[in-house]
Design a protein. Structure first.
Lengths: 563, 199
């Protein structure tokens, strides 16, 4: 066991050192920012579940059935999330981390290396699920007025769920890695995981859950759940966890401890079996992963001539950097599932607009269509921000250890950043404009709103992309094993927050004048001089704001990166 | 710092008569920079990386194919030109960096620990190429901890200790400075640095 603890120490020391490094003011800013956002989500989850459970309680006769069904679904969802997260984390921890070469050269058995890595995997893949499952279980405790016994039992019930998910995932990964090299396995899992998510997302949306607010539909839903009131399989770990929480909620210690006993005894048995099997099989799989190519699909390598014809009018450095950027992107197969996911989300976004029940509202349709169209400019810009956070913000960090090539090349950092900007700006502009035009067509808005939306998005896209490139250059992470995750870093969050302020400011600046113009157009009257001044000042302010959002981050980013 | 990767805290770097702080692009265009660790764009092929370097350093399109093939051939990479760099060994990546750095016929080559990761044949090849370039008038600036290599191929050797240049000259000059005509470079180095191990 001493060896296992020794293997875990570098991680603990690195964590401690990262907490201690940097000046304390910077640390406080980060802590406050992350803390506030985390607390906001935490509080939001609690509020939503509290509201839903209180509402269920008011449904005569079926309240408990619905609450139980929801609890069972929540536990099942957490378990699925834990399994997916554990598989992806354990693949990286067991087979793909950079420090594995060093670790495997140490005089420690593969079984102990596995155990140390498994403990890390379990903590890394579970902590967030535990933190965000707490408000759900707390809301049950509050609504059902549970005593201290329930709160004490909670941690004892959730912990085995994490251990079992992590144990099953590790066992699966270790055995599968014997058949398929870990690099390809990761691509398969990520593709598979995202495909399932996309299918579920589309299926859920096509069910049109908004119809449930209709009382007739809701009554039939209750009957449906009533018919599903059959107990889940007694062999499922989620059933044991559900039963122990449910028993603790109703204050039944015997049943609680019985189900807890099942969860814990299975956890221990699983850990023992997994560790024993991994002791025999892990090293073989690791060795295989080091000697096989990672690519799942064979790459097609084109000769350079075709791209050169398209880019011939550009200068040499610009052509070089654009070609490199595009090829690196499409040859990285881990990017593909995320592109599919974005396409699916956009399809759902558009579908939402096609099924908006505008005619059922008491507000006149023409107002509503145009109000939604106006707000849709902000929504589309937020969609754009999310896409930019995933692809544009890591654009500098993705250079990784090869950044020396750019630093030693006869191209200034400023030009390098502007090329990055244009590589992402053009496709994102096309995406945002297509999104806004299609939604406006679905909403059948006036030509004025259509023109306004197209121009506003045209002005906002450069700002969002520049903030992504600029902040990515101010907060680069060249050491990251997965730069795509840098969006969850301090710089990534700052980017999201600044974009939210920027989009909000543009929408607020335009709201008043647009209302005046729209109403004047609708009633066929002209604006007063004062109103015209207001319109001109507001739209000028929008243009200035967009220009500042474009230039300032790029300038600061270039300066910081050159340092 | 001389390659333009880091900014100096004081002093000026002149490359072929150009102040690198004032005109970095022009100075870098004259440099072939070879770092000690071969980090490259793994998703490009060897030939694509050569094309990338040619475009960055302003090599004319008409000269590129022949020059790239010649260099890849010289560094025994011709059979790997269309394979992704992620499939290359450490030594192959190092040789590709050499090929790309020499593509635009730099007047100054800055090379850090050139033999790391190379096999004996690769080491001999690199020595011959560097010697040949130096004889042809190219300035080669090499930093190394392998004193035998410095002794073998360098015309002038500088010894830096704790950030200060404590000796500079030909091997004969250094022998005189160390007051030992028979000693090899390792002994001279130890004598001049007071036998201290450098951190």
């Amino acid at each position: 066991m001493r060896n296992v603890i020794s293997l875990l120490m570098p991680r603990l020391w690195s964590f401690r050192n990262s907490l201690l490094k940097g000046d304390s003011r910077d640390r406080w800013v980060r802590l406050t920012l992350f803390g506030s956002i985390g607390l906001l989500f935490w509080g939001g989850t609690f509020a939503i579940f509290f509201r839903v459970l209180t509402y269920f309680q008011s449904v005569e006769g079926f309240g408990d059935i619905l609450a139980n069904k929801l609890l069972s679904m929540v536990i099942m969802t957490f378990f699925a999330l834990l399994i997916f997260s554990s598989i992806v984390t354990s693949l990286s921890k067991f087979y793909l981390s950079r420090d594995l070469v060093l670790v495997h050269s140490l005089p420690v058995t593969p079984g102990k290396i596995f155990l140390a890595r498994w403990i890390e995997t379990t903590i890394d893949s579970s902590w967030m699920v535990i933190v965000y499952s707490l408000p759900v279980f707390l809301s049950y405790g509050v609504v059902y007025k549970a005593g201290p016994f329930y709160y004490g039992i909670l941690s004892l019930a959730i912990l085995p769920l994490c251990l079992i998910a992590s144990g099953i995932s590790a066992l699966f990964v270790v055995l599968t890695a014997l058949l398929l090299p870990a690099g390809r396995l990761r691509t398969v899992f990520v593709l598979f995981g995202f495909s399932i998510f996309v299918v579920l997302l589309i299926a859920f949306r096509l069910m049109r859950p908004e119809q449930l607010v209709n009382p007739d539909a809701f009554a039939s839903l209750v009957l449906y759940f009533k018919s599903l009131e059959t107990p889940s399989s007694a062999l499922l770990p989620t059933t044991w966890v559900y039963d122990s929480i449910r028993a603790a909620l109703t204050g039944s210690p015997e049943r609680t401890f019985f189900h807890l006993g099942l969860s814990w005894s299975f956890s221990f048995a699983l850990i023992y079996t997994t560790t024993w099997l991994a002791g025999k099989a892990y090293f073989q799989g690791y060795s295989k992963s080091q000697t096989s190519q990672e690519r799942l699909f064979k790459s097609r390598v084109f000769s350079g001539s075709r791209e050169n014809i398209l880019l011939r009018f550009l200068s040499g450095p610009t052509r070089a950097l654009i070609t490199k950027e595009v090829k690196t992107f499409y040859r990285d197969q881990t990017q593909w599932p995320q592109v599919f996911l974005i396409v699916a989300l956009i399809a759902v976004y558009l579908y939402n607009f096609s099924v908006l029940p505008l005619e059922q509202t008491p507000i006149k349709t023409v107002y509503l269509q145009n109000i939604i169209s106006f707000l849709n400019m902000g929504l589309s810009a937020f969609v754009l921000t999310a896409v930019a956070a995933r692809f544009v913000f890591p654009a500098v960090s993705i250079e990784g250890d090869a950044f020396w090539i750019v630093k030693s090349a006869p191209v200034s950092i400023r030009i390098f950043l502007w090329i990055k900007f244009f590589v992402y700006y053009l496709p994102l502009l096309a995406l945002a404009e297509i999104l806004i035009v299609l939604t406006n067509i679905l909403l059948q808005v006036t030509p004025f709103m259509m023109g306004l939306s197209v121009i506003t998005i045209f002005l906002m896209v450069p700002g969002v992309v520049a903030m992504g490139v600029g902040l990515g250059a101010i907060y680069p992470d060249f050491q990251s094993e997965n730069p795509a995750q840098s969006v969850t870093s301090f710089g990534g969050l700052l980017f999201m927050i600044l974009c939210a302020f920027f989009i909000g400011a543009v929408i607020i600046l335009e709201a008043g004048p647009v209302y005046q113009l729209f109403m004047a157009d609708l009633h066929g009257r002209s604006l007063s001089t004062l109103q015209w001044i207001w319109v001109i000042v507001s739209f000028s302010a929008v243009i200035v704001l967009c220009a500042l959002a474009l230039l300032i981050p790029m300038r600061i980013g270039a300066r910081r990166l050159a340092e | 710092m001389m390659g333009g990767v880091l900014a100096p805290t004081e002093g000026t770097v002149w490359i072929d008569g150009i102040n690198i702080a004032l005109d970095p692009a022009a100075a870098k265009r004259r440099i072939g920079f070879i770092p000690d660790r071969p980090y490259l764009y793994e998703k490009l092929t060897g030939m694509e990386f050569m094309r990338f370097s040619a475009d960055l350093y302003g090599l004319k399109d008409v000269n590129f194919p022949q020059r790239a093939r010649q260099l890849l051939n010289q560094f025994s990479l011709d059979g790997w030109a269309d394979k992704l760099i992620e499939a290359y060994s450490h030594g192959m990546k190092q040789r590709l960096i050499f090929s790309a750095a020499l593509l635009h016929e730099p007047t100054v080559v800055i090379v850090d620990e050139p033999m790391v990761g190379l096999d004996p044949a690769g080491i001999r090849l690199v020595k011959e190429i560097l010697r040949g370039l130096a004889d042809g008038g190219t300035t080669i600036f090499m930093s190394t901890h392998t004193l035998e290599i410095a002794e073998d191929i360098c015309d002038r050797i500088g010894i830096i200790q704790e950030g200060k240049l404590i000796a500079l000259g030909t091997t004969a000059d250094l022998k005189r400075a160390a007051r030992s005509q028979e000693a090899d470079l390792e002994e001279i180095f130890l004598a001049l640095t007071g036998g201290k191990n450098l951190p």
